[in-house]
Ligand binder design. Structure first.
Ligand code: OOG
Ligand code: NI
Length: 460
C-alpha cells in the first residue's frame, strides 16, 4: 500500500519534473534556490528553525485555475486523495487595479506530521462567471456552454482518487496509474486554441482567457521555497532572468521573518496552436505561465495580521505621497516603529503562533511554575518554537496575478459583484473550507496544554 503522504510527495516531485520540461526557466530557479538554501544552511545555525532543510528543499506550491464548481469539486477529490484539504478563502475580484475574476482557496495538508512529511499545496482559483462586473449574461451563458463541454479529469482518475481517499492510500499498481493520470491532467494541452473566443475573453481578463478560453487546465506556476529571497532575487538577475520589480509581502528587516515573501518572473512565450476564424490551424504563442519563489516566516495571530495589514496600508499611503521613495526602506522604517522586534515579543504580545515546550533540566530553585504565559517564558519554564505560515496572502496573490497579466482587462465598477465567501465556496466544493487561524490556534493550544500538564506533574 502506498500511503497518502507518499502519493503526495511523489505527485509533487513528478509535477515538478514535468513543469521543468515545459518551462526551462523554472529549472534555473530550482538550481539557484537549491544553492542558496545550501549556503544559508551552511552559515546560519537557525536555518532550520522554520522547517528542516529536507522539508524546505522539497517544498513547493502550485497554482491551478478552473472554470466551474463541478471542476473545482473534482480537483478537490484529487487533492483529497493526496491528503490536501481546502484552507482559507481569498477573494481577488476587488483589487483597486487589475482585479481578477476569481475566488480561491489553497489545498494543503493540515496536520503537523503531514506537513513535515511533505507540505505540498496548490492555490486553486475558480472563475466567477456570474460576476456581472466582468461577464454579462450572454457571455456567462456562452462560457457555461464551453466549460460544460470540456472534461478536465478522466473518470478513471476520479475513481482512483475516491478509493485513495477511502483507504488512505492506494496499492500498486493503482498508485502508479493514479499518479500518471493526475500529472497528465495538469500538463499544457496541445489542443488548438480558438483565436476569436480567446481574444474575446482576454479583453475582459487574461486570467479569464487562460481559464475559459482553452480546453484543459494546466499548472500555472510551481513555486519553490528559498531561505534567502533577497539573495535569490539578485542572483536570478545575474542569470539574465528579469524578476518583477519587487518582493511582495513584509520588508526585509532585522526582526523576525513573518508570513510570506514572494516574487516572480514572466515565463517565456510558449508555442500554442490556434484555430483561426476560417477554420485553419496556425502556430502562435501565449505568455501566461510564470515562475515564482517564496520565503516563509512565522504565522501571525488575527491581531498580528491586523497589524501587518495596517503597516502595508500605511506604506501605501506614504508611497502615494512620495512616489520616488524606496518602498522597502519606507516599510522598514514603519516596521521598526511598531512591529515586535523579537520572537519573544511576538509571543508575549500574542501576535504570532508558537508551540510551547517545557524546558528539560530547568534547575530546581524551589519555585512553582507561575500561571501566566509571560511568567512561564521569562522564568525559564517554557520555550516557544515558531509555527511556520502555511498559507497565502490575498494582496500578494493579487500582486503576483497582476504583474503577470497582459493588459489591465475591463471591469464595470458601477455594478456590484456576486457575493462570495468561505461558506459559499465550501458549498461549491462540497467540503468545508477550513479557517487557517483556527488551525494554527489549535496547534498552539494543544502544545500549551501538554506543556502545562508536564510542568504540573513535575511540580506536584
Ligand atoms: C495564483 C496566484 C496566487 C500566490 O502564490 O500567491 C499565488 C495564480 O496565478 O493562479 O499563486
Ligand atoms: Ni503562487
Amino acid at each position: 500500500m502506498v500511503p497518502t503522504w507518499r502519493l503526495r510527495a511523489a505527485f509533487a516531485r513528478r509535477l515538478s519534473d514535468m513543469y521543468g520540461t515545459e518551462v526551462p526557466a523554472y529549472t534555473t530557479l530550482l538550481e539557484v534556490a537549491g544553492r542558496i538554501n545550501d549556503e544559508v544552511a551552511g552559515r546560519d545555525p537557525d536555518a532550520e528553525r522554520l522547517g528542516s532543510i529536507s522539508r524546505v528543499t522539497a517544498e513547493r506550491h502550485g497554482a491551478i485555475r478552473v472554470g466551474t464548481e463541478d471542476e473545482l469539486r473534482q480537483a478537490a477529490q484529487i487533492f483529497a486523495a493526496l491528503g490536501m484539504h481546502p484552507v482559507g478563502f481569498y477573494d481577488l475580484r476587488d483589487g483597486e487595479v487589475g482585479a481578477v475574476p476569481v475566488v480561491s482557496t489553497a489545498f494543503r495538508p493540515t496536520g503537523t506530521e503531514e506537513l513535515d512529511r511533505n507540505p505540498f499545496r496548490v492555490f486553486t482559483s475558480l472563475l466567477t462567471t456570474s460576476d456581472r462586473r466582468f461577464f454579462d449574461a450572454d457571455l456567462e451563458s456562452r462560457l457555461g456552454t464551453f466549460l460544460g463541454r470540456r472534461r478536465l479529469f478522466p473518470p478513471e482518475l476520479l475513481q482512483l482518487a475516491v478509493q485513495a481517499e477511502k483507504w488512505d492510500g492506494l496499492p500498486e499498481p493503482d498508485a502508479e496509474r493514479f499518479l500518471t493520470l493526475a500529472v497528465a491532467a495538469f500538463e499544457l494541452s496541445p489542443e488548438p486554441v480558438d483565436r476569436t473566443w480567446y481574444a474575446e475573453l482576454e479583453r475582459i481578463s487574461a486570467v479569464a482567457a487562460d481559464i475559459g478560453g482553452v480546453a484543459a487546465t494546466h499548472i500555472n506556476h510551481l513555486t519553490p521555497r528559498v531561505l534567502d529571497i533577497d539573495a535569490l532575487y539578485h542572483r536570478m538577475g545575474e542569470r539574465g532572468i528579469t524578476m518583477i520589480d519587487r518582493i511582495q509581502g513584509p520588508p526585509r528587516w532585522d526582526g523576525p521573518d513573518v508570513l510570506l515573501r514572494q516574487t516572480s518572473f514572466r515565463a517565456l512565450a510558449e508555442p500554442r496552436r490556434f484555430r483561426e476564424p476560417d477554420g485553419s490551424i496556425t502556430a502562435g504563442a501565449l505568455r501566461v505561465r510564470f515562475g515564482e519563489v517564496e520565503a516563509r516566516g512565522i504565522a501571525l495571530t488575527r491581531a498580528g495580521r491586523a497589524r501587518y495589514d495596517d503597516l502595508m496600508a500605511e506604506t501605501d499611503r506614504r508611497m502615494a505621497r512620495h512616489p520616488d521613495a524606496d518602498r522597502q526602506e519606507t516599510a522598514r522604517t514603519l516596521w521598526h516603529r511598531t512591529f515586535p522586534r523579537t520572537e519573544h515579543q511576538l509571543a508575549v504580545e500574542q501576535q504570532a503562533f508558537f508551540t510551547y515546550h517545557p524546558v528539560a533540566g530547568r534547575p530546581r530553585d524551589g519555585r512553582r511554575p507561575p500561571a501566566d504565559l509571560v511568567g512561564l517564558l521569562d522564568g525559564g519554564w517554557l520555550t516557544a518554537r515558531p509555527i511556520v505560515y502555511e498559507d497565502f496572502l490575498p494582496r500578494s496573490a493579487a500582486g503576483i496575478f497582476r504583474s503577470n497579466l497582459t493588459g489591465e482587462g475591463t471591469r464595470d465598477t458601477a455594478l456590484t459583484g456576486t457575493p462570495f465567501d468561505a461558506h459559499r465556496l465550501s458549498e461549491a466544493i462540497g467540503r468545508p473550507v477550513l479557517d487557517p487561524f483556527a488551525l494554527y490556534a489549535a496547534q498552539q493550544d494543544r502544545s500549551l496544554r501538554q506543556a502545562l500538564a508536564t510542568l504540573g506533574a513535575g511540580a506536584a
